[in-house]
Design a protein around this ligand. Structure first.
Ligand SMILES: [Zn+2]
Length: 402
């Protein structure tokens, strides 16, 4: 007999932002019964599992899963003053589901995490790290990723993916351009991950490509710097990840060549268009490297504010789109035919075997194409996917998995 895991009810509710009352109304199971189920006072049976799965739009397989959810304290998600406990729980549960999905896919494909051994190898163990030590580690990371020690990183996402790091837009941190979805944080990772490491980030047009790149670099910083050590405070942890991101994207040598002591905003504009890092990030990097003085730094900050560039910087840096997770899903659940040049997915199969709703797979892979779509099925989602397909049409590169 199949056993159903009642703890998953609460997790699914968090993911969907659904209250117990709403779930009760939709599933026609009384609130008192739901709470007895959740607390393990009564056995969670197939009938209820079916009703709850249907009410939440989840595959029933989700409720048979026993794999643990990562504790909120294990992930590097940064709480902002705006984020509520519910949102925090949703982000960390979603991230945990992403990792579980990736490890299931890796198992299907026979991939080990061997590719990321360099992270463990270079991860520091000593408690205190100086700025120059972080710079050195970032430089080493560039080498491990097959990048030149200096110069702009063309596509950071692809560089990470080639090294077996999954990069995925998150749903609960505002993964869509949906105005209602509130942005709570920009990135999340789990440095102690034993399988393929995953970096979750907030995508969408509201966050420019430069900020997304910085977030991904910041999360790589967590993966390396906080694998074996955890600074005393979360502020220190954040600071280190920030320093790492600056060092990775803007090598000291590049900065020294391009920025003088009396640099103006227009010099930083050039850095932005050349290196794909925000003006604000390059100003802090110049200060960290002591290329500009404290006074210059302050004056530039004031100018940023007065021009309204703190809210919206000039120079648009294009969004980078991930490919690795999509290719892993295609390799396991793809059908022979392609639609608009992209391999279609057996969505029902994928959702039930990975035990997660297809809409999550769709978001994390930055847009999947479902089988059957060419016959006009599944109308709701196809419009957005179709436009995505046009956008990513040019990206045909395959990343060697494994
Ligand atoms: Zn962080």
């Amino acid at each position: 007999m199949t056993e159903y895991n009642a703890e998953r009810i609460v997790q699914a509710r968090h993911l969907e932002g659904m209250t117990q009352r709403e779930l009760s109304e939709r599933s026609h199971i009384s609130q008192s019964k739901l709470s007895k189920l959740q607390n393990g006072f009564i056995v969670f049976k197939e009938n209820e599992a079916r009703a709850i799965a249907a009410a939440l739009g989840f595959p029933i397989a989700y409720f048979t899963r026993e794999d643990p959810i990562l504790p909120m304290t294990a992930v590097t998600y940064r709480k902002t003053s705006k984020s509520s406990m519910g949102e925090l729980a949703a982000v960390s549960i979603e991230y945990s589901e992403l990792c579980a999905t990736v490890s299931r896919l890796a198992k299907f494909l026979g991939i080990s995490a061997g590719k990321t051994a360099w992270i463990r190898k270079m991860a520091p163990r000593k408690p205190d790290l100086s700025i120059s030590e972080i710079d050195r580690i970032a430089n080493q990371a560039r080498t491990c990723m097959g990048l030149d020690p200096i110069g702009p990183i063309g596509n950071l996402t692809r560089s990470l993916e080639r090294q077996g790091i999954v990069v995925a837009p998150m749903k609960s941190t505002g993964g869509s351009d949906d105005e209602k979805a509130r942005l709570t944080s920009e990135g999340i990772t789990y440095p102690q991950c034993e399988g393929m490491p995953c970096i979750g980030y907030s995508a969408g047009k509201r966050i420019g490509g430069d900020r997304q790149r910085f977030t991904k670099a910041h999360e790589l910083g967590h993966l390396i710097l906080h694998r074996f050590r955890r600074p005393d405070t979360s502020q220190q942890m954040e600071r280190e990840a920030h320093l790492f991101a600056g060092a990775l994207l803007l090598p000291a040598e590049d900065m020294l060549r391009s920025i003088q002591r009396n640099a103006t905003l227009s010099d930083f504009l050039k850095i932005k268009s050349g290196w794909g890092a925000s003006i604000a990030a390059s100003i802090s990097r110049a200060r960290t490297l002591d290329i500009i003085s404290v006074e210059r730094y302050r004056s530039l900050q004031i100018q940023l504010s007065s021009r309204g560039w703190r809210k919206q910087e000039p120079v648009n840096v294009g969004e980078e789109h991930p490919l690795l997770l999509k290719q892993m899903i295609q390799a396991v659940f793809g059908v022979g035919s392609s639609i608009g040049g992209e391999q279609a997915i057996k969505s029902f199969d994928a959702a039930s075997k990975l035990a997660i709703p297809f809409r999550y797979l769709d978001c994390w892979s930055d847009g999947l194409v479902e089988e059957g779509v060419e016959f006009g099925f599944i109308e709701d989602r196809i419009n957005s996917v179709a436009s995505d397909r046009v956008r990513h049409g040019a990206e045909r590169e395959r990343i060697p998995v494994g």
